[in-house]
Design a protein around this ligand. Structure first.
Ligand SMILES: Nc1ncnc2c1ncn2[C@@H]1O[C@H](COP(=O)(O)OP(=O)(O)O)[C@@H](O)[C@H]1O
Ligand SMILES: [Mg+2]
Length: 195
Protein backbone atom coordinates (compact mmCIF):
# COMPACT_ATOMS: atom_id res chain seq x y z
CA UNK A 1 0.00 0.00 0.00
CA UNK A 2 1.31 3.45 -0.90
CA UNK A 3 1.57 6.33 1.57
CA UNK A 4 -1.58 8.45 1.88
CA UNK A 5 -0.32 11.84 3.10
CA UNK A 6 -2.28 14.06 5.50
CA UNK A 7 -1.03 17.62 5.32
CA UNK A 8 -1.13 20.20 8.12
CA UNK A 9 -2.28 23.71 7.14
CA UNK A 10 0.73 25.57 5.70
CA UNK A 11 2.48 22.32 4.61
CA UNK A 12 3.64 21.91 1.01
CA UNK A 13 1.91 18.99 -0.74
CA UNK A 14 4.15 16.63 -2.72
CA UNK A 15 3.36 15.86 -6.35
CA UNK A 16 2.82 12.18 -7.32
CA UNK A 17 6.35 11.79 -8.69
CA UNK A 18 7.89 13.18 -5.50
CA UNK A 19 5.70 10.85 -3.39
CA UNK A 20 6.95 7.86 -5.37
CA UNK A 21 10.48 8.66 -4.26
CA UNK A 22 9.74 7.48 -0.70
CA UNK A 23 12.49 4.98 0.22
CA UNK A 24 11.01 2.79 3.04
CA UNK A 25 8.09 0.82 1.55
CA UNK A 26 6.58 0.04 4.99
CA UNK A 27 5.65 3.71 5.54
CA UNK A 28 1.93 3.94 4.74
CA UNK A 29 0.68 6.61 7.16
CA UNK A 30 1.60 10.23 7.89
CA UNK A 31 2.30 9.30 11.54
CA UNK A 32 4.88 6.68 10.54
CA UNK A 33 6.40 9.09 8.04
CA UNK A 34 6.71 11.88 10.63
CA UNK A 35 8.45 9.51 13.09
CA UNK A 36 10.79 8.09 10.46
CA UNK A 37 11.68 11.57 9.18
CA UNK A 38 12.33 12.72 12.76
CA UNK A 39 14.83 9.86 13.29
CA UNK A 40 16.52 10.74 10.00
CA UNK A 41 16.64 14.44 10.99
CA UNK A 42 18.25 13.57 14.33
CA UNK A 43 21.08 11.89 12.41
CA UNK A 44 21.32 14.98 10.18
CA UNK A 45 21.55 17.23 13.26
CA UNK A 46 24.36 15.10 14.68
CA UNK A 47 26.26 15.47 11.39
CA UNK A 48 25.58 19.22 11.22
CA UNK A 49 26.61 20.14 14.76
CA UNK A 50 29.83 18.11 14.37
CA UNK A 51 30.66 19.77 11.04
CA UNK A 52 33.18 22.62 10.88
CA UNK A 53 32.18 23.69 7.38
CA UNK A 54 30.97 27.19 6.62
CA UNK A 55 27.16 26.99 6.90
CA UNK A 56 26.51 29.95 4.55
CA UNK A 57 27.34 28.07 1.33
CA UNK A 58 25.10 26.36 -1.19
CA UNK A 59 27.11 23.18 -0.73
CA UNK A 60 26.42 23.07 3.03
CA UNK A 61 22.76 24.03 2.64
CA UNK A 62 22.12 21.17 0.18
CA UNK A 63 24.23 18.72 2.16
CA UNK A 64 22.25 19.49 5.31
CA UNK A 65 18.96 18.67 3.58
CA UNK A 66 20.56 15.47 2.27
CA UNK A 67 21.68 14.38 5.74
CA UNK A 68 18.23 15.19 7.21
CA UNK A 69 16.22 13.17 4.65
CA UNK A 70 18.56 10.73 2.86
CA UNK A 71 17.05 7.57 4.41
CA UNK A 72 13.52 8.77 3.63
CA UNK A 73 13.37 10.46 0.21
CA UNK A 74 15.37 9.93 -2.99
CA UNK A 75 15.28 13.68 -3.68
CA UNK A 76 17.01 14.55 -0.36
CA UNK A 77 19.50 17.36 -0.98
CA UNK A 78 18.15 18.12 -4.49
CA UNK A 79 16.34 21.34 -5.35
CA UNK A 80 12.72 20.91 -6.49
CA UNK A 81 12.01 20.58 -10.23
CA UNK A 82 8.42 21.87 -10.15
CA UNK A 83 6.60 24.88 -8.73
CA UNK A 84 4.74 24.86 -5.38
CA UNK A 85 2.11 27.06 -3.76
CA UNK A 86 4.95 28.74 -1.79
CA UNK A 87 8.32 29.75 -3.19
CA UNK A 88 9.95 31.15 -6.32
CA UNK A 89 9.89 29.49 -9.74
CA UNK A 90 11.94 26.30 -9.50
CA UNK A 91 14.44 27.45 -12.15
CA UNK A 92 15.24 30.58 -10.10
CA UNK A 93 16.21 28.68 -6.91
CA UNK A 94 20.04 28.62 -7.35
CA UNK A 95 20.16 32.37 -8.04
CA UNK A 96 17.81 33.23 -5.15
CA UNK A 97 19.72 31.03 -2.71
CA UNK A 98 23.02 32.57 -3.88
CA UNK A 99 21.67 36.09 -3.30
CA UNK A 100 20.36 35.17 0.15
CA UNK A 101 23.73 33.73 1.22
CA UNK A 102 25.54 36.83 -0.07
CA UNK A 103 23.13 39.25 1.62
CA UNK A 104 23.30 37.37 4.92
CA UNK A 105 27.11 37.53 4.88
CA UNK A 106 26.89 41.29 4.21
CA UNK A 107 24.50 41.71 7.19
CA UNK A 108 26.92 39.83 9.44
CA UNK A 109 29.85 41.98 8.28
CA UNK A 110 27.99 45.28 8.70
CA UNK A 111 26.89 44.46 12.30
CA UNK A 112 23.80 46.69 11.95
CA UNK A 113 21.24 44.04 12.90
CA UNK A 114 21.35 41.81 15.98
CA UNK A 115 22.55 38.26 15.33
CA UNK A 116 19.06 36.93 16.22
CA UNK A 117 17.49 39.20 13.63
CA UNK A 118 20.00 38.14 10.96
CA UNK A 119 19.32 34.43 11.59
CA UNK A 120 15.51 34.81 11.82
CA UNK A 121 15.39 36.90 8.63
CA UNK A 122 17.57 34.23 6.99
CA UNK A 123 15.08 31.52 8.07
CA UNK A 124 12.13 33.46 6.67
CA UNK A 125 13.83 34.23 3.33
CA UNK A 126 15.04 30.64 2.90
CA UNK A 127 11.64 29.09 3.63
CA UNK A 128 10.05 31.67 1.29
CA UNK A 129 12.34 30.53 -1.55
CA UNK A 130 11.27 26.95 -0.63
CA UNK A 131 14.23 25.25 -2.39
CA UNK A 132 13.29 21.60 -1.76
CA UNK A 133 10.22 19.44 -2.58
CA UNK A 134 9.54 19.10 1.19
CA UNK A 135 11.19 19.58 4.56
CA UNK A 136 11.78 23.30 3.93
CA UNK A 137 10.44 24.39 7.33
CA UNK A 138 12.54 21.92 9.32
CA UNK A 139 15.62 22.48 7.15
CA UNK A 140 15.49 26.29 7.28
CA UNK A 141 14.92 26.33 11.07
CA UNK A 142 17.94 24.07 11.57
CA UNK A 143 19.98 26.27 9.19
CA UNK A 144 19.02 29.29 11.36
CA UNK A 145 20.01 27.39 14.53
CA UNK A 146 23.38 26.46 13.04
CA UNK A 147 23.93 30.04 11.91
CA UNK A 148 23.11 31.56 15.30
CA UNK A 149 25.45 29.09 17.02
CA UNK A 150 28.26 30.13 14.63
CA UNK A 151 27.44 33.73 15.56
CA UNK A 152 27.93 32.74 19.20
CA UNK A 153 24.23 32.72 20.11
CA UNK A 154 22.02 29.96 21.51
CA UNK A 155 19.85 27.79 19.21
CA UNK A 156 16.28 29.10 18.92
CA UNK A 157 13.38 27.51 20.84
CA UNK A 158 10.78 27.90 18.00
CA UNK A 159 7.78 27.97 20.35
CA UNK A 160 9.18 24.98 22.26
CA UNK A 161 9.01 22.65 19.26
CA UNK A 162 11.61 22.61 16.48
CA UNK A 163 9.62 19.89 14.64
CA UNK A 164 6.40 21.93 14.23
CA UNK A 165 5.06 19.49 11.65
CA UNK A 166 1.73 18.42 13.17
CA UNK A 167 -1.19 20.85 13.51
CA UNK A 168 -1.06 22.63 16.89
CA UNK A 169 -1.68 26.00 18.48
CA UNK A 170 2.10 26.60 18.29
CA UNK A 171 2.14 25.89 14.56
CA UNK A 172 -0.75 28.34 14.02
CA UNK A 173 1.26 31.01 15.87
CA UNK A 174 4.33 30.15 13.79
CA UNK A 175 2.55 30.32 10.41
CA UNK A 176 0.91 33.63 11.33
CA UNK A 177 4.35 35.02 12.33
CA UNK A 178 5.69 33.93 8.91
CA UNK A 179 2.77 35.70 7.22
CA UNK A 180 3.58 38.87 9.18
CA UNK A 181 7.19 38.52 7.96
CA UNK A 182 5.86 38.11 4.37
CA UNK A 183 4.18 41.50 4.97
CA UNK A 184 7.58 42.90 6.14
CA UNK A 185 6.94 42.76 9.89
CA UNK A 186 9.66 40.51 11.32
CA UNK A 187 8.82 41.17 15.00
CA UNK A 188 6.28 38.32 15.56
CA UNK A 189 8.74 35.78 14.08
CA UNK A 190 11.62 37.18 16.17
CA UNK A 191 9.45 36.84 19.25
CA UNK A 192 8.23 33.34 18.29
CA UNK A 193 11.77 32.07 17.67
CA UNK A 194 12.69 32.71 21.35
CA UNK A 195 9.33 31.59 22.86
N1 LIG B 1 3.14 32.22 4.32
C1 LIG B 1 4.32 31.61 4.46
N2 LIG B 1 5.46 32.30 4.25
C2 LIG B 1 6.66 31.73 4.38
N3 LIG B 1 6.82 30.42 4.75
C3 LIG B 1 5.74 29.69 4.97
C4 LIG B 1 4.43 30.23 4.85
N4 LIG B 1 3.53 29.25 5.16
C5 LIG B 1 4.26 28.14 5.48
N5 LIG B 1 5.58 28.40 5.37
C6 LIG B 1 6.71 27.51 5.69
O1 LIG B 1 6.66 26.37 4.88
C7 LIG B 1 6.82 25.20 5.70
C8 LIG B 1 6.15 24.03 5.03
O2 LIG B 1 6.99 23.62 3.95
P1 LIG B 1 7.49 22.14 3.88
O3 LIG B 1 8.44 22.04 2.73
O4 LIG B 1 6.33 21.22 3.94
O5 LIG B 1 8.35 22.00 5.24
P2 LIG B 1 8.24 20.88 6.37
O6 LIG B 1 7.97 19.57 5.65
O7 LIG B 1 9.54 20.90 7.10
O8 LIG B 1 7.10 21.28 7.25
C9 LIG B 1 6.22 25.61 7.03
O9 LIG B 1 6.71 24.85 8.12
C10 LIG B 1 6.70 27.02 7.14
O10 LIG B 1 8.05 27.06 7.61
MG1 LIG C 1 6.13 19.24 4.70
Amino acid sequence: MALIPQYSPGATPLDPEELQALIPSFITTQGLLNDFEQANITMGMTWAYASRQDVLTERFLKNLHKHMFDATWKWAGEYRASDKNIGCSYWDIPVRVGELLKNTRAQIDSKTLSTDEIAVRFHHKLVSIHPFPNGNGRHSRLMADLLIVRLEGEPFSWGGNINLVSPSETRIRYISALRAADARNILPLLEFSRS
